[in-house]
Structures are given as C-alpha cells and as structure tokens.
Design a protein around this ligand. Sequence first.
Ligand SMILES: Cc1ncc(C[n+]2csc(CCOP(=O)(O)OP(=O)(O)O)c2C)c(N)n1
Ligand SMILES: [Mg+2]
Length: 671
Amino acid sequence: MSEALLAQRAANQAVPFCDMANAIRALAMDSVEKAKSGHPGMPMGMADVATVLFAEYMNIDPADPAWPDRDRFVLSAGHGSMLQYALHYLLGYEDMPIEQLQQFRQLGAKTAGHPEYGHALGIETTTGPLGQGIATAVGMALAERMMNARHGDDLVDHYTYVIAGDGCLMEGISHEAIDMAGHLKLGKLVVLWDDNHISIDGSTDLSTSTDQLRRFEAAGWNVARVDGHNEGDISEAIARARTHGDKPWLIACRTTIGFGAPTRAGTSKAHGEALGPEEIAGAREKLGWPYPPFVVPQPILSEWRKVSARGAQAHAQWKTRLAASSKGPSFKDQVFGDASKEIDAALTELKAKQFVEKPKIATRKASEIALTAINGACDVTVGGSADLTHSNLTITKGMEPVRPGAYGGRYIHYGVREHIMGAAMNGIALHGGFIPYGGTFLVFSDYARGAIRLSALMGQRVIYVLTHDSIGLGEDGPTHQPVEHLAALRVMPNLLVFRPADAIETTECWQAALAATSAPSVLALSRQALPALRVNAGDENLSAKGAYVLREAEGERDVTLLATGSEVELTVAAAEMLAREGVKAAVVSMPCWELFERQNDDYRRSVLGSAPRVAVEAALRFGWDRWIGDNGAFVGMHGFGASAPAGDLYKHFGVTTDAVVAQAKKMIAKN
Ligand SMILES: Cc1ncc(C[n+]2csc(CCOP(=O)(O)OP(=O)(O)O)c2C)c(N)n1
Ligand SMILES: [Mg+2]
C-alpha cells in the first residue's frame, strides 16, 4: 500500500492501528501469565492480521451473535484461543468481560483452553485438534453458497474467514479440505495462514518442505503472500480476496511468533507457555504498551467497539432486506423452522406400509427408502457420500448434486475423503439451515473419527450413514469388515449408535436420529438382506427406547437373548429352536445402547429380565458385559474377519443359530 494511502488510513483512525493490535497482544500475554498456562505466541504473532480482518472487514453483530448472515470466523489454530477471547472482549461480547480473561483456562470460565462451540458467544466451532477448523470452515462456506443459491444475495452473502497455522496445514485433513474447497470453487472462503515457520518442536523445516502456495494453487485456490505485520499489505490482500471470489483464497501471512517478546519472539519458546514477568515487561516496552495488566485504555476500546457498531448496522440493514424480500418466509422457514412434523408423518406412514409389506431387504436399502420419505417431506436434509453413493444408498430420486459454481443441489459428492466429509458436515450443521447426512463404510469411520468426535462434543445433528457393518459384507474381507468399530463408536460420549435389525427398525432409527437435535448419530447398516422381524404393528417408536422385547418367552424366561442388527434374525431363530425344546427364551433387540441407557430402571429391568443373558453381535465383545453381566455369554467375533461369502464367514466364525442355542443351554445349566 502506498505511503499516501497509509497516511490517509491513519488519519481516519482515532487511535493508531498498532495500539488496537497491541491490545490483543497484551491481553494474550497477561491472561496466559495469570493462568500460568496457554499459548501467547500465536495471538501475538497474528494480532495485526486479526486486527485488520476484524476492524475493516468482519461483519458480525456481537449483540446478536447468531445473526444468520454474519461472516464466520474460525480460529483453526485453536491453541491461540486468547486471540479470540481478546477480540471478543474488545468487541464487547456480553459474556466476555475482562474478568473472563482473568479467568482464562479456569473451571467454569467462558475462556476455555481452546475455543469451544456453545461455551462462549460467537465461537462458531470448536477447534484445537489442528486441521479441524479449516475443514469445518469448508462446510460453512459451502452451506453459505447453498443457502445463497436458494435465497439470493440479499439474504445470504457472507464470508468464511479462517486463521490457520503451520500445524493445520501439515495435518492430512487439510489436504482433503483444500481439495474439496478448490474443486467446489468456494470463493468466499479466505484462509489467513500464520506463516511463522515455527511449531512446537522448533522450526518447521525440521518436518516440512512443502511449498504451500503451490499446493493450494494446484488445488484451485488463489494465493497471496503478505508481510503479516504490515497492516496495509494485509488489508489489500483481504480486499483482493473479496473482489476476486471465483476461487477460495490462501493468504500466507509471514509473521513472527510472539511478536514483541524481546527474547522469545520468533522461537518455539513463544508457542505454548507463559512468558514470565521479565519477558512480559520487555514486551510492553518494545511494543510501547505502558498500561497495567488487563487494562485497555478507553480510546482504544472505543475504537474496537466501532467495529461492533458497524456490524450492528449491517445487521439492521439485513433485517430490512429480510422483511422486504419475497424469499423472507422461505428463508426463515429453513433457518428457524422445524420440519419434524412433516418428517414424522412421512415416516409413520412408511412404517405402516412396512408392517403390511414385511420387506426382506438390507438395512442400507431400508435406509434409502426412509431417506426417500424424509427428503420428500422436507428440503433441509443434505445428503452425500465419500464416493460410495451406490453402496451407501444415500442419494434419493430427484436429488441433484452440488457442483462447482452451482450450489442449488442437495447432494454432495465428498469424494474419497471421509475426514472432510465429517468436518464439512459439522460446518454445514453449525452454519445453520441444513441437516447433513453422509455415508461411507462403517470400517472407514476411523478415517473420520476426529470429525465425529467434534460432532459429538459440539452436539451437532450430523448423521453418519455407515453401511457394510459386519462380516456380513462378505468377500471384501477383513480390511473392509468392521469388528471393533461399534465398540469404538459406542464409547464416544454424546454419539448415538444405531444398528437396526430390519426395515421397520431402520425407519425408526432414522426418526430417532433426526429427533436428536443435539447429538450426532451413526446408522450402522447391513449390506445383506434381512427379513422383517417386527410382527406386532404399532405407532410407537420402539427403537427410540434403545432396546425392547422383540419376542417374549411364553412363561417365565429361562434365558434372555440380546442382539443387534443382522444378528437379531439368527437370534430369533435360536429362540424358536429353544422353544421347540421347551426352553423359554426372550429376544431383545438393542438398536441403540445409548438411548436404552436413558430409560428408567423399571423399563430397563423389564427388558433385560433376571434370567441369564446371551448377547449376539457379529463384532467384538467389548462393551457387551455392561448388558450381559458377569455371568453372561457372548456369541460374536473374537478377532478380524476373513474374505469369503458372508454365509461361510458366519459359520466359520461361529456366529450361528446353533451357537446361540448352545450358549443359551450352557447358561441355563450353569445357573
Ligand atoms: C491434531 C493435533 N495434533 C497435535 C496437537 C498439539 N499441538 C498444538 S499446537 C501444535 C503446533 C502447531 O504449530 P503451529 O500451527 O505452527 O502453531 P504455532 O506454534 O505457530 O502457534 C501442536 C503440535 C493438536 N492440537 N492437534
Ligand atoms: Mg507456526
């Protein structure tokens, strides 16, 4: 930027730009020092970039942090959380008074170690696991385009800005994110890279030699390189990114980590520990910041608050446009509405039909049928698959794909990128307006696990359609046969893991997953056909209770057989075989352990009974002891699967009706 322009900008500002940025630096140093914990280096290094971004460009209204057309800001380098908290204090978020900064990283404070969605106002997503932020932001930027396609520029026209560090760009998920964003031409996504050449172990040249600009360019991004401590350069680059929006932008901001710290700046010693009183005193001197800890002089604070006033004004103008727009009602319906009535009605009707028709189909097929009803009943669901659309059966008739530059569709081809699929779905859900679901094989949930964990931690309604859920997939063999995945997913807090046994349960599980507005769900679905097992018609969603008695014994139970998914069939057969021998066995179908946990004791006792129990699942035993007790038996897998036709595998691994019968008899004999 020219000297004249810089001078003109300075003249327009009541306080020097560097004071606005130094306020962030000082608050970050002081908060980390008080907590004796945290990361001062990144906020100090990126203070100039953040100040330009917020002071000149961000459209947010701290008085209404959920304004739908606000710009989204994602601090992908979540360890620099003090950057965000300092900004929130300076911008005047009501839940971020200076006392919160003084309580940085303490129990119950808004200022958690890493930014947590739902914890403090204005935090758009939880970050900290490096790379997740940039990937989640791709979902947000895509959701913005998809909303824009439906409702137009008047109502939906915002940017998604990301601050990412070296670590975010080293993480594998960044590859998937960059690839997808470049392909889809998400031109309103702007990534500001904290190019400080430092990570925890030291210089980044210890571990990487990638030319990031060429990497991003190769994926279809625009790129720029700026001095991250030159406000004019930064501002010009962001302005350019906003006017050349045909591709996403990477702006490499060359910065000095811990900028201002006299001995630690530019070194990994600035990354993640309190600077100490001496270093902080030196930094105050170097930066020309003579104020005591946690004190920001009123003129500087007032300058920051102008940003919020500008945002409030933009928000008010948007409200006027919303009121005047013919698209207003449909916009409000999509963002604030609730499609559950329509969805419930469609699924109830489907269930009634299935009671009559008793289809023998794979649960992945039943899921497709349920989705046909769901997608027909509402327009907020957005489907997708990680390149397994016709295996996962996630697309339904009439769903158009989302394409680069054309975002009117409802189906996303995530490509062979499970991790970004999860993260992007988080971003889509967080953005608002849509309910995302996406498919892959259950075994590859491992590839998405980092994102699934954040879906759960953030309580987002994201639905993972995970088919080919056991050795029942057959010939593809042990690489594709999940055995530990149900356990691995069930152990995750706030994640609902559904494994339906037939078409009716699948319909019910979809209904329950959609009803869970503050938790993600996994639907573990079979590749192979399964008979209709629910015989007694009824409107009640029994799967939503987590477990229920599918077949009661005639008379007092001798044994209770517990099973999920495809193994309910052979368990029912075992109960019938036992009945012929005079053994009274009840069959309990357990499509969702987590929901069963939530039922009251009486219900749980009535389902589980007091007779000995045998659990049946073509997966590892881990976790089943919770339900079968010390004296229970388990029929299932004991290690990896093998490549063979499914029927042969069930026999080979002993997951059979005969095995269940034998175990049941053994249990009865023992008791
Ligand atoms: C997935 C993941 N792995 C490891 C970490 C631990 N970690 C936190 S910050 C960091 C270094 C990040 O380097 P960079 O992004 O360059 O941040 P800077 O040191 O420049 O602030 C690491 C390894 C993490 N938070 N997330
Ligand atoms: Mg770095």
